[in-house]
Design a protein around this ligand. Sequence first.
Ligand code: FAD
Ligand code: NAD
Length: 392
Amino acid sequence: MAKILVLGAGYAGMMAATSLERNNEPFTLINKHPYHYLTTLLHEAAGGRKEPMQYTVKIADVLRKPTSEFVQDEVVSIDREKKVVHCKGGDQAYDYLIITMGWISEYFGIPGMKENSMSIQNLDTAVEIRNHIEREFQTYLEDNDDRHLRIVVGGAGLTGIELVGELCDWIPKLCIQYNIPKSKVDLQNIEAMPSILPMVSESLREVAARALTEKGARLRTNTKLMKVDPGVVHLDGDETVEAGTIIWTGGVRANPILTEAGFTVDRRGRAKVNEFLQSVDDSNIFIGGDCAWAEEDGRPLPPTAQFATQMGPVLANNVTSFMHGQPMQPFQGHNLGTLASLGSEIGVGQMMSIPVKGVIGGLAKEVSKIKYLWQLGGVRLAVDKTNEVVHL
Ligand code: FAD
Ligand code: NAD
């Protein structure tokens, strides 16, 4: 029997796996962890909103058929010639491959950035940020060095802004817990472009900027991070900022395993696919989510969870069709809008081109989470996960 391997249990991989189950197609899913984490909520985990495991779904709770195999392992490389995936725990042969191993941070070669900053790349690194910030507050009590209370977030795209929103909610709680005046804390969000959140309308940007500034963040636009030394950020104009916490949210690129495997990639390392999400280099390989360089009307789709989620079933159906010599379906992405949370209660964004802000914006983000869990594991998963949150 032909063997299908799915690499990576993120949005695209999990949706592909559940669709393969529906198609009665046996497969093996390989993922680093025994759980799927909700990347779209990792800024909450970094900002200490809930316990880390609240942002996970056990893979075994979603894949239920005996023909669905799960292997917890880390993919190291892909040998396309031999049709073998090399993992830390051993090799896995395949006939058909679905690659959905997500993204890593893009450092643009900024000297010292990778070595001297933290970033939200997965649940573990999000938790590291949370633990690090809390340790800095504790250390301040020992030596009264103000640098422990300075946090720099580099980049004011959606990740940077959502993280800053989360930190704005958490910092007052930490100040009470450690008996530190809130005025001592300096949270700076530094963005190279003239404005934050370039992807939303100007009026929504203003709403976001006002809300975050009122909560205590310093939003610094037109300011570029040039270099990072341990505890020191160098900005253009020769300014330096000494900070105990330096977080990079300046952009993403696809998992480097794709470039290393010799796929045709774009400047962010995403592997080129045709309209069926099939690799242009290898017809028995399908690629989705942030790993895929997919185009619509000649324009590359952005790396977002909403497209990754929509790609999952198409990846599964097209592998199934291709294996059985049936016609495949082209992928058509539906952009439902963009929502940025600004802490736990409010948010801004555009849904179906309608601007939303304030409490409605915050609620809309919650609704999109429940909708995704419903899609993934039906009403049971949506209710279970929502209950966990309510019971905290
Ligand atoms: P991922 O969800 O990243 O999953 C990749 C999976 O592959 C992970 O399980 C990982 O552990 C696994 N993996 C990686 N490497 C290996 C390996 N070598 N071996 C084995 N397994 C591996 N997008 C939206 O549309 N809406 C939002 O509201 C939104 N909010 C976001 C908030 C934050 C803080 C961030 C960082 C991103 C957000 N995004 C959002 C972007 C979105 O999260 C990504 O586009 C999305 O996660 C991509 O899905 P994916 O399936 O390609 O990869
Ligand atoms: P991004 O590329 O969208 O934003 C990075 C920001 O960092 C940009 O504004 C850029 O100008 C800035 N930057 C880059 N280099 C800099 C420098 N040297 N100094 C100062 N600023 C610098 O990256 P992201 O925010 O991580 O988003 C990645 C992807 O994930 C996007 O496709 C985004 O849509 C998606 N995402 C979506 C959501 C959401 O829908 N709520 C949330 C997070 C991420």
